[in-house]
Design a protein around this ligand. Sequence first.
Ligand code: NOJ
Length: 567
Amino acid sequence: MAVKTNWYKEAVVYQIYPLSFMDSNNDGMGDIPGIISKLDYIRDLGATAIWFSPLYKSPWNDYGYDIADYREIHPAFGTMEDFDRLVEECHKRGLRVIMDAVFNHTSTEHEWFKAALADKDSPYRDYYIIREGKRNKEGELIPPTNWTSSFTGPAWERIEGTDEYYLHLFAPEQPDLNWENPKVREEMADILRFWLDKGVDGFRFDVFNMISKVYPLRDDKNPLHFQKGTPFYVDGPRMHEFLNELNRNALSLYDTYTVGESYIPDEEHAHRYIKEESGELDSIFDFEHLASDNIFGLKMIPKPFSLKQFKRGLIDPQLRYHGTGWNTLVLENHDQARSVSRFGINTKKYRYQAATFLAMITFLGWGTPFIYQGEEIGMTNTKFMSRDQLKDPVSHFVLGMAKDLHMPDRLAFKMMKGAFRDHARTPMQWDSSVNAGFNTGAQTWQCVNPDYRTINVEADLASGRSIYRFYQKLLALRKSEPALIYGNTIEYYPDDRQVISYSRSYEGKRFLIVGNFSGTRADFIMPGDFELDELHIRMTNQGRTDTEIEEIMQLKPYEALLLEETV
Ligand code: NOJ
């Protein structure tokens, strides 16, 4: 099948969480000059683009996912001049710039919201979703609908001194925008053009598939829905139309790449969002595989790791959408625990093996790899000891919810501690000096993971088993082999409980990826459509040689192989 080539398909994206990446002025918070000082490190890894988590002005109730001004840089990160320099320095190094577009909601500190509350007749009132409350049987005022926020609790906040409420599908400080209002949509297209004119190359759209709601707003009466209201705000009726419009008015006027962070999308909608002829998005994130060790939507409620679910989530989109759209490959981001510390992995024993294994089985698939800061050196979860160390409001919301359900504090903490979003947000570990080289000051906004003395960039690069160098090799290999970029995927043994395996083929070339996703040895039977003497090893994380390719191979724990067919 002819595949349309494109820069973003060949790209490797590195995600930066600016607060925690590099602090140049010792105020405890990362900043743009700090980022600029590390651009060579990112380029040398083999990345070709950087996605920046929000750099905008924000009161940081959700650390930037609550935007107070879409056209201003947060002063803690630097100035607009710093930003312009960042774009220039990125481009000089062949790194494209991808900005976060948080368009479902603003901050309550945004001028639009302030104006909306200050005056009932303000045109900004219709920028948000504001409704009269209802009376229950007892005559008490209750929210307009029974919807719950993704961050726990009701999705409506009462406007002080009135009987009205505003909708917030996330924190109360994140009021939802009313996308039915054409003015809101014009503002958003204008914001996109503002950044595109500055030379930005693309956008990651935050929870994009929640922007269209079903009207009139109504209660969710399904008793099985834990998060109430989702049928009325996920993949809503005008989603495709809104995305088409953004394309018409902004995205399609430039050479952009877009990726939408989706909230449990319906398969059919997901496909339409990314179909090339749809004119909507280039790709989406679908985190099904990252729900393989937790109860979906409730990341902090763990369940035993299911390899089957991981495989379905990682591989099914590759089978489903190949040839019609594009895909993303992700293990970590600022909302996820560190990958080497989950999925049942014994981190102490297998950190190197697991980090390299995970990279191989994930990033050799069909789609653009997204690498989250620190993943390339196998950064681990932090051993948080108490609530005070947790900065993420969601950790506190969820612990609060457990308390309301009469769960003892300690038990709740113990149950959830593996999944706090805080794990991803501890400062980047550059070296073994104070504060891991993130700064040289006395403080950091979030505690540093104490394992920085052994796990840091400097130590990794000096080690005979460098994860960074392994990534470098892997990404260079992907870049040099069109089959690893454009090739279609065929999966083997989908029901196997230890092994993950798939092939990639394109224009007469074929590769086989094999990995043992377990801490015990596993047998792998060579699939019938491969001949042993036609296979050789292109990459291995545990030193297997060509003479050790066998009909039945016993794989070591977290052993991963990339085999090339040479006919
Ligand atoms: C998804 C973002 O990744 C997350 O960090 C944020 O809290 C929510 N969207 C709300 O914007």
